[in-house]
Design a protein around this ligand. Sequence first.
Ligand code: SAM
Length: 350
Amino acid sequence: MGVWTAVDRGNGGGALSHTVLPAALRAALDADIARLDARQVTLAARALIDAYRATPERPSRPQAIAPDAWRAAYLEMRVPATHAAIAYVGDELARWIDPGAIASLLDLGAGPGTALHALAPMLPALTHATLVDRDDDLLDIAERLARALDGAATVSTEQRDLADTARPAPADLVVMAYALGEVTPRDRPRAVERAWLNARHAFVIVEPGTMHGVERILMARALLASRGAHIVAPCPHASACPMRPPDWCHVSVRVERTRRMRQIKHADLGYEDEAIAYLIATVAPPSPAAVPRRIVARPRVTKGLVTLPVCTPTGLATLNVTKRDAAWRAARHARWGAPWVPDAASSLDE
Ligand SMILES: C[S@@+](CC[C@H](N)C(=O)[O-])C[C@H]1O[C@@H](n2cnc3c(N)ncnc32)[C@H](O)[C@@H]1O
């Protein structure tokens, strides 16, 4: 399932793999990026990274970058991470929905069609995908990139605003990845509500794992719950989120850093960690029922003790698992973001 590679990096409790883009998509991205002058793309990529790193205290420097170069920079610098993030959430989705029941996908704020590429390998019954975005040029890129897929599913594109009153056709799975934050705050509730009305089985939102990204996820969570949605992940309960600043609910996904990304970022490491926040809402009640606990931060492993920060239906808790516990083996391999459901969990100290 998914695109996890076998490249393991020791990372506290549980190894973390990093994801690599499928070769056909990598080649299609490279071909699209090569349509533009390499120097312009490099300048745009540096400006894009500057913009992503900006904070209210240290805003990015405004730069005159041609829209085409911005788009190419997005393909170069961001698609590997957004693809990995969506694939991660796709793996979680497969816990809750039979992937074989998803014949249609609606990607809202699709950009270059990242969600289609990330999810198609996991959806054996997918026959059609509709990619919606307000940027027609990105949709052109999405159509070109879609040729890198094996062609099992047909793809159509629609240029429209996510807050439009007219709705695209419903689909089994609706995805809104890294798009809600770009919708104006006033229009966000409407965009979420319309997306939900289009979902026959499930609706997935992925956002950057920042405090602001989580705020948007929590807004969507409250709205969807009030419309009868079942929030199946990551929350193990339907109560208010117990996390309080300076903590916020997110998870980290490790992504391969290409040679070009390393050059542009002046970085040596061959990977980077992408913080993500997400939400999976289903139309039908989950089966099996929601996970009882989810690991909400990196487990701490010391000699003879694994400490697991978890979210539970009664709030946040810290589980201490020692070598004497039956759950020891599971705890040694436990990973941030995963459900915690070892058989012997009831014997643990909370
Ligand atoms: C950061 S990109 C994410 C693209 C893709 N989903 C991914 O994960 O790589 C955000 C996309 O949302 C689109 N977008 C932003 N606001 C929108 C709106 N109000 N209506 C339609 N599309 C919008 C942008 O044009 C852009 O393609």
